[in-house]
Design a protein around this ligand. Structure first.
Ligand SMILES: [Zn+2]
Length: 93
């Protein structure tokens, strides 16, 4: 094998290696995102009182729960549960 073609071979092999790696990374990232998105989506509830979608946060977060803007998330199939704010309102009269 000539020296020149050896270098070309290495360059070619490296290039292919990079392309493969980056496409694997892409796949990993997207599936990770989908999983994460799904898990959060399952936790989202719809408050029929204030008509907002909301979800409980884990204890490590500053806020106990958070709201999503109207029309941001489709409410079909969401569990209808009053949000903590509306629950509080009811309790106070
Ligand atoms: Zn509410």
């Amino acid at each position: 094998m000539k020296k020149q073609s050896m270098i070309e071979y290495i360059l070619e092999a490296t290039k292919v290696g990079w392309e493969t790696k980056s496409s694997i990374d892409k796949k990993k990232k997207s599936s990770k995102y989908e999983r994460l998105h799904h898990r959060i989506d399952d936790q989202i509830k719809y408050c029929p009182s204030c008509e907002l979608t909301w979800k409980k946060n884990r204890k490590m977060y500053i806020r106990d729960f958070e709201y999503f803007p109207k029309n941001h998330i489709p409410i079909i199939g969401k569990e209808k549960t009053k949000c903590p704010k509306c629950k509080e309102k009811n309790n106070n009269g």
